[in-house]
Design a protein around this ligand. Structure first.
Ligand code: ATP
Ligand code: MG
Length: 382
């Protein structure tokens, strides 16, 4: 079975016999993959952030520092965004209560059939209800400058926000962060360097993020070029896992070089939205990057190509482009010099300035298509 069809399960269980029983039930099938068994509830939220399971199975009678019900509360408070099935015994009845984060209850004794059915049903219901089984990171990237990365990242993030997803945009062009000038933010506006490095509350984020009138939050790049190097590869993982707790979507505006920092952002991304244009050097670089991504081990489905200014072909045909890329690009956005340049100059997203325009419709369609793409399991991202 393709790994993307597998349901990834995280079990929080401190009774070894029960853990062993569940393991043995799952051993003989490929539909559900048991990612890990945790016997300590206090580690479960962090593990869920890291492993991004589709479903968690939590023993209601968990002992230790964090009991079962407290763990469910914590998962909900930290917006981990993973549906939970509570495991219990008839003497300790638990009610399913999706409002409080308990999607379903599984009472012992149960068969392999009961377990499989429950996990599958919860996963499907959660997906159908719009839960994505975790937040997603979308990097807007191109191995070439000036192809529209910043413009697309900003408008895509706003479109996703408009479609009801809690969205943050990170200006990951750390040296020459374009969002500062695009949005005309004051020089002393805080940046990625001002994020606390350990535990973070939503209230801490309030002070660091730029709350744009367009409805999205933006984590700005440092205000000065030389400050970019203060952001390390370790910070990248930290920042993303902190933001994943609060936001459903994280959109990154990345610069062109395949630097260590950029690769860290790309590694951590669920989807790389790679911009190509009808321009021979851009296409050449795109093919070179596809090779590099293949040798790093990124699955092909991690990259989605976006043809920007798709109606300005300049002598190269769509067939030539598809042949060069090895596939038909998944998305395209038309050219609209008047609207795009004017909106950028005013620091406004064109998707709000003129939602009816073709270019806005293209970006909005892409936003909903990207939200409907299944998440690549963390282990398969590279
Ligand atoms: N679909 C479009 N139609 C018309 N103009 C566009 C379109 N997309 C981008 N542009 C214009 O192209 C120029 C470059 O865009 P942008 O700054 O977003 O590119 P970038 O890839 O972020 O550049 P850099 O590599 O410098 O960060 C801008 O003037 C922008 O207005
Ligand atoms: Mg840019």
């Amino acid at each position: 079975m393709a790994s993307s069809d597998q349901i990834r399960l995280l079990l929080v269980e401190d009774v070894p016999q029960v853990a062993q029983y569940i393991r043995s039930l799952l051993n003989s099938q490929a539909h559900i993959k048991l990612l890990d068994v945790l016997n300590d509830g206090s580690k479960a939220a962090a593990a869920a952030q890291q492993l991004r399971p589709d479903v968690m199975l939590v023993d209601a009678l968990l002992q230790g520092r964090i009991k079962g019900p407290a763990l469910v509360e914590q998962l909900q408070r930290e917006r981990v965004g993973v549906p939970v099935i509570m495991l219990t015994v008839p003497q300790n009845p638990v009610q399913a209560d999706p409002e409080r984060g308990i999607e379903a209850v599984l009472s012992m004794p149960f068969s392999g059939y009961d377990l499989m059915n429950k996990v599958t049903a919860v996963h499907q219901a959660y997906k159908a209800a719009g839960g994505v089984g975790g937040s997603r990171v979308v990097s807007v990237f191109a191995p070439k400058g000036g192809v529209g990365k910043t413009t697309i990242a900003f408008n895509l993030a706003v479109a996703m926000g408009q479609q009801g997803h809690r969205t943050v945009l990170i200006d990951a062009s750390l040296q020459f962060g374009d969002m500062r000038s695009l949005l005309k933010v004051p020089v002393d506006a805080p940046s990625i360097l001002d994020l606390p490095t350990d535990r973070i509350q939503e209230s801490d984020l309030q002070d660091v993020l730029w709350r744009d009138p367009s409805g999205i939050d933006i984590l700005l790049a440092p205000p000065r070029v030389e400050m970019a190097e203060m952001v390390t590869v370790r910070d990248v993982d930290k920042v993303l896992s902190l933001l994943r707790r609060v936001y459903e979507v994280i959109v990154l505006d990345l610069p062109a070089p395949l630097s260590d920092i950029n690769l860290a952002f790309l590694d951590a991304s669920d989807t790389i939205l790679e911009i190509v244009t009808y321009d021979s050097t851009t296409i050449h670089n795109t093919i070179a990057v596809a090779d590099a991504f293949r040798s790093i081990g990124y699955p092909a489905a991690k990259v989605r190509y976006l043809v920007n200014r798709a109606d300005s072909a300049g002598g190269i045909s769509p067939d030539d482009l598809a042949r060069a890329l090895g596939r038909v690009p998944e998305h395209s956005v038309m050219s609209d010099g008047m609207l795009v340049v004017q909106s950028n100059n005013e620091g406004l997203p064109f998707v709000l300035a003129n939602p009816q325009a073709g270019v806005s419709q293209d970006v909005m369609r892409m936003a909903s298509e990207l939200m409907n793409v299944g998440l690549v399991p963390a282990g398969a991202r590279r």
